[in-house]
Design a protein around this ligand. Structure first.
Ligand code: BV8
Ligand code: ZN
Length: 234
């Protein structure tokens, strides 16, 4: 902890890279944890354009179920601590893989949503994107143009938003210190941001109760829950 405090204190540019684990203590099911399954469907199968093409109703029922859970929960101490770190850091970028919007709710301002947002919908016809917070949502939701609306998230096999990815790589390359919090480090290209930061000379810290493929890249590993560790770090 002393080493980490020293590095954090002296960091000019801080990057925090988060995954589903940072929302776990708020009660949001993680993707790959035991509660990650839904009606025996593997999220990896449902979060794809093929699944939506084949059965938009089923995919919307899954997102509606997740939106309903997320709409009822609050950010946890990890989210608030990351928002506080932003206030204290001269240069700060939060890069999140999460689509739940809990970082924003906790006050984070300088964030990049690599995989979009569960509260955004996009028309498959006219491509118009808008915010939609209906819980439950009328399934299947329709655009005023008549087109089918899809969740405004990045599915497996889909490219990440170009600008978001560019900004994320730029921030990771310029970081003095990177906190990798609550991600299993298996999804690309998000996971490679930690590698890039390490290569560019950043001090990389992994905060996760489990080891991950990113553990070997980390200069420091803290086997702890984000909601417990981050507030003490502050
Ligand atoms: C792309 C939005 C190319 C949807 C998501 C083979 C090898 C390598 C890569 C690939 C491959 N085959 C395919 C690929 C590419 C693929 C990929 O990476 N697959 C992996 C699974 C092998 N990637 C893609 O398809 C990406 N696109 O590559 O496009 C391209 C380019 C040009 C043109 C066309 C195509 C798109 C990836 C985005 C997918 N969308 N989400 C939705 O959410 O519904 S990803 C999904 O997984 C979520 O966003 C989630 O955030 C993300 C990553 O998971 P984690 O966040 O890490 O969550 P997880 O449950 O896995 O882990 C939780 C961790 O927290 C655990 O480690 C746990 O220990 C820890 N934890 C638990 N509690 C706590 C905690 N930590 C701290 N405190 C706690 N309390
Ligand atoms: Zn439309």
């Amino acid at each position: 902890m002393e080493k980490l405090k020293g590095r954090l204190g002296s960091a000019r540019a801080l990057v925090v890279l988060t995954g589903a684990g940072v929302s776990a203590e708020s009660g949001v099911p993680t993707f790959r944890g035991e509660e990650g399954l839904w009606r025996n469907h593997d999220p990896q199968e449902l979060a794809t354009p093929e699944a939506f093409e084949a059965d938009p109703r089923l995919v919307w029922e899954w997102y509606d179920w997740r939106r309903t859970i997320i709409s009822r929960i609050q950010p946890n101490p990890a989210h608030y601590a990351i928002a506080e770190l932003e206030k204290r850091s001269p240069e700060f970028t939060l890069i999140t893989q999460n689509v739940d919007g809990l970082h924003q709710l906790a006050g984070s301002k300088k964030f990049i949503e690599l995989h979009g947002s569960i509260w955004t919908v996009r028309c498959v016809e006219c491509e118009n994107s808008s915010e939609n917070r209906d819980v439950p949502i009328k399934i299947p939701p329709r655009c005023p143009c008549g087109g089918l609306l899809r969740p405004g998230v990045v599915w497996f096999g889909e490219p990440l938003p170009e600008l978001a990815l560019f900004k994320a790589f730029e921030a990771s390359s310029n970081a003095d210190c990177v906190l990798v919090v609550g991600t299993s480090g298996v999804v690309q290209p998000a996971a490679s941001l930690a590698l890039r930061a390490g290569e560019a000379g950043a001090f990389v810290v992994e905060i996760n109760p489990e080891t991950t493929p990113l553990s070997r890249v980390a200069d420091l590993r803290i086997p702890a829950k984000a909601g417990e560790l981050l507030p003490t770090l502050l």
